[in-house]
Design a protein around this ligand. Sequence first.
Ligand code: PGA
Length: 219
Amino acid sequence: MGNWKSNKTMEEAKSWIDAYAQHPPKQSPGVTVILVPAYHHLSLFAGISSYAVGVQDLSPFESGAYTGEISAAMVKGMVSYALLGHSERRKHMGETDEMIASKVQRAREAGLRPIVCVSEVAQVQNLKRLMPDFADSGLLLYEPLFAVGSGTPDTPQNAGLTAKEIRNVLPVPVLYGGSVTPENVRGFVETEQLSGVGVGGASLDAGKFRALIEAAASS
Ligand code: PGA
């Protein structure tokens, strides 16, 4: 899963989409590619079927008088996933486990599959307490804080051990994120407890993202 975060003008997004379409990764049946651009890019992805698209956040409320919020109902039909509770949102926007659980609920009501980011097992325990049926449709993205955007990933072994602890609380697919690159991705996707990776910086360049997908698929 590639997360563009707060990056790319419309022109830059169009260039990425064109570059990826011109040189797509080799077909690999077992691999699901998800791209999570910003809201304003979403219409550019209409009709693309070679990868799935998600949003980076959702309003915790249903539609209505919530200025500036994008509700799940607004993006229904445009995306299939909702990335929720990213550590950057927890840190800079003060998101709490309670708010994130409300967002998960909104995502589900709109038929979107929630991917909740966690950096510690306590957050998984809270999610389970707030939303006992999360495992029915949710995924978790484990991102240790030191590894996000730092160029210093966790080791696959450590990530696998934490994913095991997470899965003891909530038995859902767990992805690893934090400084994943085409060079190190294989170690993570080959780790038994991990079901995939979340990628920030390395998803911004279409060629690098393709290389990463091909490296992951070759494992
Ligand atoms: P990064 O970001 O790959 O740039 O470290 C990961 C993430 O925040 O999902």
